[in-house]
Design a protein around this ligand. Sequence first.
Ligand SMILES: C[S@@+](CC[C@H](N)C(=O)[O-])C[C@H]1O[C@@H](n2cnc3c(N)ncnc32)[C@H](O)[C@@H]1O
Length: 357
Amino acid sequence: MSLAKFGNITNFEEKACFVKKFFLELYQGEIELFRSPSKHYRTRAEFSFYHYNDKLDYAMFDPKNKKKFIVKDIDFPDKKICDFMPILLEKIKANLNLKEKLFGVEFLATKQDLSATLLYHKDVELIYSDLSKLSSNLNCNLIARSKKKKIVFKNENLTQKLQIQNKEMLYEFNNDCFIQPNTFINEKMITWVNENLALQNKKDLLELYCGYGNFTLALANNFRKVLATEISKNNINFALKNCKLNNITNIDFVRLSSEELSSALKKERKFFRLKNLNLDHFDFSHTLVDPPRAGLDKSVIDVIKKYDNIIYISCNPISLKENLKILDQTHKISKMAIFDQFVNTPHLECGVFLTKK
Ligand SMILES: C[S@@+](CC[C@H](N)C(=O)[O-])C[C@H]1O[C@@H](n2cnc3c(N)ncnc32)[C@H](O)[C@@H]1O
């Protein structure tokens, strides 16, 4: 089956059917399906602007005919974003300083909060007072950016509350963090991992690509100790903060790329960032990976295949399959799920539990 064919499917039932066949040579068991609501599912939404005559509208880019089109009455972003978009547009249209050289906006919504980041092709400090007035008239976090400049009005951080089984987890992050784009599906993914972990023997967890602790915090009480790593300093700073917010004391968050972590575990290189940790004191029964679309490289696969249990969360079935073919030499897939994280697009999220053969 070709990558091109997979790229055409957007309906979830058809995507699920395709994925079952796609992974059949590696896994013949049941695949659990998690559907998303069909409206207001997107946590983050980005738009450009269409300036014509004296008018202004939200716009999106159509990659097929390489043209912008005006966006009206859309229902895929979070309801808070949809309700807020016309209010913001009217206020910008009424002020020439705010309107001129505005080329984009990024919205981010949690269950509680909303932020809007305005993107300008001019120095945002020149319109500071207009932006400040706009911010005081709006019920959201407002951020304005231009080349090398960022002004934050109110607060840049958003809070999120996730319901994971009978527990409410608290998170804080900002627009620069990696954020799972569908909150409903995010809760389902973490819950699915948690429920399946409940059935297994557990010691310590090694997590790679941990972000701001989205999975880490909710899974930590399954384990004696957790070592969670990630490349972005911003994500790690929020992960450390989120640990305190939830009163969790058994996680060590360390800023390390997956490549750095593998050389630290192989004792090829010493890291100052690991000076307070003795890696030999961990007894990893599980490893959790949630890599970017490219999947895992050979050095990371060499690290994770040492452990008895691997949990692999993937936003790209193609790289997932490539990686699973290698892991198939040492591990067997015991559970698999498909999550409709990216509704009405060819993309989808997979979750896989593997155990050592
Ligand atoms: C798909 S996201 C998953 C984040 C997190 N698990 C979550 O659910 O929010 C992948 C994460 O990997 C991080 N990342 C990208 N390349 C990396 C690398 N080479 N080593 C470690 N982390 C990396 C990104 O910063 C991002 O936070």
